[in-house]
Design a protein around this ligand. Structure first.
Ligand SMILES: C[S@@+](CC[C@H](N)C(=O)[O-])C[C@H]1O[C@@H](n2cnc3c(N)ncnc32)[C@H](O)[C@@H]1O
Length: 420
């Protein structure tokens, strides 16, 4: 029996992700499989990435090739999580047509590790340093891992309230679950099917956690706003949406300076602007010569370890190194220090990262406030027509039980400049 297309694709994809640092969402985007093959391909890639880290650590200490290690992880996932027949799985993988693959060594390793199936986790298998980060952040670890191993429910926000879109939504209602925080936000298990029916510019695929930082910024017509780390522009779309919703003040709207440091990512932001016909967003590539006006509000969506998005990006488990967290925290500190001078007194700064490490969140902001006594955390209530319920803001942060709501636990903090 020879290896099937979906297994071979999954094998090659995993090899690229784990050994060459490729990104899961980019590699899987253009996979040329359809129907059940595609579904199996996605399932096995995700399961290996989410469940296989401990086995990977163990196999990496053996005299095995990269191909053999990937094949072994796939075999154990098929045996343990997918409960496949032993002889079917063995016969599939021993035919792998790879130069660095020895059938003899592979079968020997299979026998040696067969009783260690438990190294493949039913929930999620993480490097110790990530587990430590979860413990330090005081997130409910079992709730957190439970959320991540289940297939991520994918969500989107409806931008258009035309009769046509509303009718389409009504026709899809059996397939949609409501947002946990936002109105006009939906989750679905039939993602591609649902989105195929809706007009392309009538929705945006974005997480509710991402939208919250924009809501906390509370953009208003007439304000000068800078958006830092703007690409590819998910938050830009929601920013412009809120501003354009002030129908009687459209003449007061000002351009938003949406900055990013990466040329490629600025191109992606420009594409987003075209797709959604954004008129207020001004994509700005940061160079040493870029000058900024002192502004009313700044949203910093900083580069980060991304650990809160593990559910949809399990490749992070294999890409992130412990030392990266420190490097990222330093980058974030530099960004905060640079942009703090472009906020006017009584202006607001919202700092957001899609991770939960203390170094990138709580400690980062404590350090900032210690050095900058002219800033304080914003306290109040977030009240908005876009959300189902008011949210209390304590110490600059939204008082939400992220894990209980199955929301990606972002660190979002709002600061006010009180003095020059
Ligand atoms: C989390 S992503 C932004 C996601 C985006 N806000 C969205 O909602 O689609 C962080 C971005 O920060 C950018 N970045 C990194 N360092 C930066 C810097 N010093 N100044 C501006 N942007 C930076 C990265 O290129 C990346 O696009």
């Amino acid at each position: 029996m020879s290896i099937t297309n979906s297994r071979l694709y999954a094998f090659k994809t995993l090899k690229r992700i784990i050994y060459q640092g490729a990104y899961l969402h980019l590699v899987t985007k253009y996979v040329n499989l359809s129907g059940r093959d595609r579904a199996f391909f996605k399932l096995i890639v995700n399961l290996v990435l989410k469940s296989g880290y401990k086995l990977f650590e163990k196999l990496s200490k053996e005299k095995l090739s990269k191909s053999e290690i990937i094949a072994l992880m796939m075999v154990f996932v098929e045996l343990k999580l997918l409960r496949k027949e032993r002889y079917v799985v063995f016969s599939q993988y021993k035919t792998l047509p790879e130069k660095d693959f020895s059938e003899k060594r592979f079968l020997k390793a299979l026998t040696k590790f067969e009783n260690e199936k438990s190294l493949i986790k039913n929930d999620i298998s993480l490097p110790n340093f990530i587990v430590d980060q979860i413990i330090n952040s005081k997130l409910d670890i079992s709730g957190f891992t439970r959320n991540f191993i289940s297939t991520p429910l994918t969500g989107f926000f409806i931008l258009s309230r035309t009769e046509k879109t509303l009718d389409l939504l009504k026709s899809l209602s059996g397939k949609l679950y409501p947002g946990k925080i936002f109105k006009n936000y939906y989750y679905t298990e039939s993602f591609s099917e649902v989105l195929e029916i809706l007009p392309q510019d009538s929705y945006i695929v974005i997480s509710e956690s991402s939208m919250l930082s924009v809501l906390l910024l509370n953009p208003k017509p007439g304000e000068k706003i800078i958006e830092v780390g703007a690409s590819p522009g998910g938050k830009s779309v929601f920013l412009e949406y809120i501003l354009k919703d002030y129908k009687d003040k459209l003449n007061r709207l000002k351009k938003i300076i949406s900055v990013d440091i990466s040329k490629n990512r600025i191109s992606a932001l420009k594409k987003t602007c075209e797709k959604y016909n954004l008129k207020l967003i001004s994509p700005t590539l940061y160079t040493e010569k870029t000058v900024f006006d002192v502004s009313d509000k700044i949203l910093i969506d900083a580069p980060c370890s991304g650990l809160s998005t593990l559910g949809s990006k399990p490749d992070i488990i294999f890409h992130l190194k412990e030392s990266d967290i420190k490097l990222l925290a330093k980058k974030q500190e530099d960004i905060l220090n640079f942009y703090k001078d472009f906020i006017k007194v009584k202006g607001k700064l919202v700092y957001s990262v899609c991770t939960f490490t203390e170094m990138e969140g709580k400690i980062q902001i404590e350090k900032f406030l210690h050095k900058n006594k002219n800033f304080k955390t914003f306290e109040g209530v977030l009240s908005s027509k876009y959300i189902n319920q008011d949210i209390i803001i304590k110490n600059g942060m939204l008082d939400i039980d992220w894990v209980a709501l199955s929301l990606e636990p972002f660190f979002i903090c709002c600061l006010e400049k009180v003095d020059e």
